[in-house]
Design a protein around this ligand. Structure first.
Ligand code: NAD
Ligand code: UD1
Length: 337
């Protein structure tokens, strides 16, 4: 069976993807420096799957350590999640974001090439569609960035595209995720953000569990059905499945393969709150406040390309997402701590 190196595999999306890879029979190696995660997530992945995985506490920017890993194992492909992802923090600390995300990817790809491993699946983001409101977004829509985090995603997409042009032996897949939420149905692994969550679903879950008092709805004057922002929420297990499919996808000759991973359906903030309340029988107090800078009214995917080429389609709906998000949070009120 193929051996997959997963960078950032202890994180939110990485841990769920490791679980699916192990279930599918792949051998899994994880490289993570635990700057935004805990090794406990990997212990739980082992517990759920009954399989083992190898992990290295290594920073992907550490060239020597990365080289040793590629020398020690026969690796078939890399799924590259490792990166910093907080938009606001990226505005405060741009150099950290460029160093960690962009330089880290350069080191990774150079060490891959030296070892003859030329298959990478990269975590990009719908953030590359910038401030456009021209939904749904297809993969050929114009791209732009409004903050350093988004720019790291665009730069890396461009770097990997150039790599493919220079050397056709590379297989490069750029996955643009929409809004990943939810957790594995066991409730043993899930999203465990540091500090006060920036994103909607973990914020709602922490209100539900009593860690936060009420949700702030960031604007109700958008041109949407109820005035609140609309996003394409996608269950993290569907996303994990998308990575398995991407590993098995067709090899493209003339450039990177780019796929949106979303459901194609948008839901407003208030629809998510209502779904959470109805599914879980918990009231979520909220207050409407001003818009957040940099937010768009609506963002959702045209997911048809992934369906056509990867035979992948999101299966889980908003009810599944809010149920599983709450199942994880109530079983782990303080996350992995
Ligand atoms: P996460 O923070 O939970 O996971 C990222 C993991 O990478 C963490 O375990 C962290 O410790 C590790 N890491 C970071 N820098 C590292 C380094 N230099 N060396 C080794 N390990 C390092 O985030 P996530 O939500 O699982 O996101 C995974 C990827 O998907 C990120 O690249 C993120 O930008 C991208 N993405 C996430 C979302 C989202 O909403 N969660 C949306 C679009 C794209
Ligand atoms: C945010 C990031 C984006 C990143 C994505 C996934 C910003 C401006 N954008 O996207 O770059 O790729 O996360 O990590 O940070 N909302 C509330 N109250 C809250 C939090 C959010 O009402 O406390 C609203 C937002 O206005 C938005 C929706 O909920 O309409 C979803 O927000 P969020 O979960 O932060 O995701 P995005 O804004 O789509």
């Amino acid at each position: 069976m193929q051996r997959i190196l997963v960078t950032g595999g202890a994180g939110y999306i990485g841990s769920h993807t490791c679980l699916r890879l192990l279930e599918e029979g792949y051998d899994v190696l994880v490289v993570d420096n635990f700057c935004n995660s805990k090794s406990e997530s990997l212990e739980r992945v082992k517990q759920i799957t009954g399989r083992s995985l190898t992990f290295y506490e290594v920073n992907i920017c550490d060239r020597n350590a990365m080289q040793k890993i590629f020398e020690a194992h026969d690796i078939d492909a890399v799924i590259h999640f490792a990166g910093l992802k907080a938009v606001g923090e990226s505005v405060q600390k741009p150099m950290e974001y460029y160093y960690n995300n962009v330089y880290g990817t350069l080191v990774l790809c150079e060490e891959m090439a030296k070892a003859g491993v030329k298959n990478i699946v990269f975590s990009s983001s719908a953030t590359v569609y910038g401030l456009s409101d021209d939904v749904p977004f297809a993969e050929d829509a114009p791209t732009s960035a409004t903050n350093p985090y988004g720019r790291t995603k665009l730069f890396i997409e461009n770097i990997l595209s150039d790599l493919k042009i220079a050397d056709k032996d590379w297989s490069i897949t750029l996955l643009r995720y929409f809004n990943p939420v939810g957790a594995h149905k066991s409730g043993l692994i899930g999203e465990d953000p540091n500090g006060i969550p920036n994103n909607l679903m973990p914020y709602i879950s922490q209100v539900a569990v009593g860690r936060l008092e009420k949700l702030q709805v960031l604007g109700d004057d958008y041109p949407t059905t109820d005035g609140t922002g609309v996003r394409d929420y996608i269950h993290v297990m569907d996303l994990a499945e998308g990575h398995v499919k991407a590993l098995q996808g067709p090899k493209i000759e003339n450039g990177p393969a780019i796929y949106n991973l979303g459901t194609g359906k948008g839901n407003s903030v208030l629809e998510v709150v209502k779904a959470f309340e109805n599914e879980n029988g918990i009231e979520i107090p909220y207050q409407i406040i001003a818009r957040r800078a940099g937010d768009v009214a609506s963002s959702y995917a045209d997911p048809s390309k992934a369906e056509k080429h990867l035979k992948w389609k999101a299966k889980l709906n908003l009810q599944d997402m809010v149920r599983d998000a709450w199942n994880w949070q109530k079983k782990n009120p303080e996350g992995y701590a």
